[in-house]
Design a protein around this ligand. Structure first.
Ligand SMILES: Cc1ncc(COP(=O)(O)O)c(C=O)c1O
Length: 421
């Protein structure tokens, strides 16, 4: 194996080896893969870093399994409700029923990360929660106050787990931005989202101050959900991205973030509101300039710019130091060219708390049928209903549909729902 024997049908076949002698084994890494993981740990200041070739989707499941193995099956995990579907899938597989943390303060989008230290304090004060899971940065480029949340968690004897899928570059963008530097015990970074790594490359970091058990069981727990044939192309790509970091990329990220910041200022001067505090993202809230997020995305496409994400209220761009020279200028020019119009008004979908009838896993395996979402009121969700991107749950398995939820789902063009039979 592999059957292509290195023939360049697509191009990368020559790098696509398997576990031949000397190539090391991802899930029992003792040779060159372990050396690369250790180099990544050193660069990130982690106690242990593990590679995933199946994205943060695998790292998140591995992270949950590690915490489960260390804390035992009865320890409760609280999670910010703006989590990615990988977290929900991990919970279903592991039989975890999370205690949801609902933002106390106004949240202006389903995918916004407005979980605050006091939201976390409130959950920890009155419960036996032993681990807290948050998503930061979120899809819209909002960063949670991870340092203060870590302080709250540790004061209550709970671990802090962070989905930092969007923030692999944060370590190099400025001081104290990466979750490990803010006190997180364990976090995942999608190297493929913001570093020059192939799709599928992710890092699972365990902090130097985390309980030793987490690092000890991490490989075994990752392998529980992973393919036994990890992609060596992705491993090599991860390794290459890490070595780029020590060869000037870290400095390029820092200066590129300054360029992104001044591009945001120019976009604001052109009359478009920018939001979010993540240094390498550009999130525009264009309603005041007369566009929905989706309309603005179309305007940008007409000018040769492909946004990462858009919905009714926001358009998100994710540039990186690997953009071509002049790309940020092209973005600024596009915003200067797009005519401002009268403000549009639209009711934004907000996170609401559905009533809960059963657990995530029980609902998933209870037997399911697909029905038109218009007929779902009063029925129990079996498979978590999401907007396809950014995969944040509007209603989770075991929760009950009502008219408000149905309206939100339709606003995300979800017209069918899976319900318990
Ligand atoms: C917040 C968040 N977490 C996790 C993931 C999953 O990451 P990956 O695509 O690396 O599996 C994504 C993917 O978009 C995401 O946006």
């Amino acid at each position: 194996m592999p059957g292509h024997k290195g023939s360049p049908l697509l191009g990368p076949e020559v790098l696509d080896i398997t576990e031949i002698k000397g190539a090391d084994y991802l899930f029992e890494a003792e040779g060159i893969i372990r050396q690369s993981e250790d180099l990544a740990a050193e660069i990130y200041g982690a106690g242990r870093t593990l590679f995933s070739t199946e994205g943060s989707s695998l790292s998140i499941k591995g992270m949950l399994a590690c915490v489960r193995a260390c804390l035992g099956p009865d320890a409760k995990i609280a999670a910010g409700r703006n989590c990615h579907r990988a977290f929900i899938n991990g919970c279903i597989l592991l039989g975890i029923d999370p205690v949801w943390i609902w933002p106390e303060t106004h949240s202006d989008s389903i995918c916004a990360s407005h979980i605050t230290p006091s939201d976390v304090e409130a959950v920890l004060k009155n419960s036996s929660v032993k681990a807290v899971y948050i998503t930061s940065p979120d899809y819209l480029g909002n960063m949670a106050d991870v340092s203060r949340i870590a302080e709250v968690c540790h004061r209550h004897g709970a671990l802090l787990l962070v989905d930092n899928a969007h923030g692999a570059y944060l370590k190099f963008a400025g001081e104290g931005l990466h979750p490990l530097d803010c006190g997180a015990d364990i976090c995942c970074d999608s190297a493929h989202k913001t570093l020059p790594a192939l799709t599928g490359a992710s890092l699972l970091h365990i902090s130097r101050s985390a309980p030793a058990g987490l690092a000890d069981c991490a490989k075994a727990e990752m392998s529980l959900f992973a393919s036994t044939s990890p992609s060596y192309v992705i491993i090599q790509s991860t390794e290459r991205s890490i070595s780029e970091l020590s060869n000037g990329l870290a400095e390029r990220i820092r200066s590129f973030c300054k360029e992104v910041s001044s591009s945001r200022e120019r976009i604001s001067l052109a009359g478009f509101t920018t939001v979010g505090d993540e240094p390498m993202k550009i999130t525009v809230a264009p309603m005041s300039a007369g566009y929905t997020g989706n309309d603005l995305a179309d305007e940008l496409r007409k000018r040769g710019i492909e946004p990462e994400y858009s919905d009714s209220a926001y358009t998100v761009l994710m540039p990186s130091p690997y953009n071509k020279d002049g790309d940020l200028d092209k973005v600024i020019k596009a915003f200067e060219d797009i005519p401002r119009r009268y403000a549009v008004k639209d009711e934004l979908p907000r996170l609401i708390r559905p009533e809960r009838a059963m657990g995530l896993r029980e609902a998933y395996f209870s037997g399911s049928e697909r029905i038109p979402v218009d007929k779902a009121a009063g029925r129990i969700c079996s498979r978590t209903a999401l907007s396809c991107q950014p995969s944040v749950p509007v209603i989770a398995g075991g929760e009950v549909f009502d008219e408000k939820i149905i309206k939100i789902l339709k606003s995300y063009s979800i017209f069918e729902a899976d319900v318990v039979k």
